[in-house]
Design a protein around this ligand. Structure first.
Ligand code: ARG
Length: 292
């Protein structure tokens, strides 16, 4: 099955910031003007959809579920590669109610031929989807974050399910609670990352695999703008409004930025990548089988 670059989004109908499970989440600010915030969130969502389409993606929009505001972050719903979706298991009770509605969404995608198979992980191991398990198309392996949310064992489970190497990186801070907050592989082989987010061992593993000229170090200001949390397709990059530093650095390397005001989602600790899930990613092995 070959899909064009396709992204799943979840509509913000039930979005709000009403609890706090990461240090960026700010329910008090949301509560000061919930209607205004929601209006802003809907406008930001539309702007994101348009930016993704302008960058070359087909966009699928699913409905969320009442009482599950963080479903707007489908990056956490599953890991998808070669037509296979492995559904997430959430660490916090606040998000566990997303597992059933996301399972239904993935069944629907399977029925429509957008996914071939849907797999459920055994209980007792946390894995928060593509937010903590990122496919590196240039290197042909996953990078998995663990610590604040996903368990270390989840990295091995992913390796077994997909038949590809998984390089596990321990996250050292609650600020970078998912790998996608502090780590982003790009199409040219570069890796955009925020060094203080990682343990020494994780930094060693990262630097052993990515040579210095391909490492783009984000500054704290870049992290606070959720600029590392970016969506990349070839030379196109979709992200929140970024910093002069990253705008210049990515521009110098030939990337074209689509910047979107995602401030209502940053209030929940999310940026552009968290709000998306790629459905079409294929490993080289699968692409060869497809062509045969
Ligand atoms: N409020 C959500 C949480 O704490 C934000 C998730 C953002 N997703 C991500 N992949 N970083 O779980």
């Amino acid at each position: 099955m070959t899909l064009r670059p396709t992204i799943l989004l979840v509509a913000p109908t039930f979005y709000d910031v009403s609890y706090s499970i990461n240090p960026w989440m700010d329910p008090a600010t949301w509560a000061r003007d919930p209607r205004g915030m929601h209006r802003h969130a809907r406008a930001s969502f539309e702007a994101l959809r348009q930016a993704l389409e302008a960058a070359g993606f087909a966009v699928e929009v699913s409905e969320g579920a009442p009482g599950q505001p963080d479903m707007v972050f489908p990056a956490n719903a599953a890991v998808v590669l070669d037509g296979k979706a492995v559904l997430a298991r959430f660490r916090y009770p606040q998000r566990r109610g997303e597992e059933a509605p996301f399972a239904a969404i993935f069944e629907g995608l399977r029925a429509r031929g957008l996914i071939d198979s849907v797999i459920t992980l055994p209980e007792g191991c946390y894995q928060e989807g593509a937010g903590d398990c990122i496919w590196d198309a240039q290197r042909g392996h996953f990078w998995a974050g663990f610590g604040p949310r996903s368990s270390r064992e989840a990295a091995d489970a992913m390796s077994q399910h997909f038949g590809h190497d998984v390089v596990a990186l321990e996250l050292a801070t609650e600020q970078s609670y998912h790998l996608d907050v502090c780590f982003c592989p790009l199409a040219g082989g570069e890796v955009l990352y925020y060094p203080p987010a990682f343990t020494e061992a994780a930094l060693g593993a990262l630097r052993a695999r990515v040579p210095a000229p391909l490492r783009i170090e984000a500054a704290e200001d870049d992290l606070r703008h959720f600029s590392v949390n970016a969506v990349n397709l070839d030379d196109q990059v979709v992200m929140t409004r970024t910093t002069p530093h990253l705008r210049a650095e990515l521009g110098r390397r030939g990337y074209r930025l689509h910047e979107v005001d995602l401030s209502p989602y940053m209030l929940s600790g999310g940026g552009a990548y968290c709000m998306t899930l790629r459905l079409d990613r294929a490993s080289a092995a699968a692409r060869r089988a497809d062509a045969a």
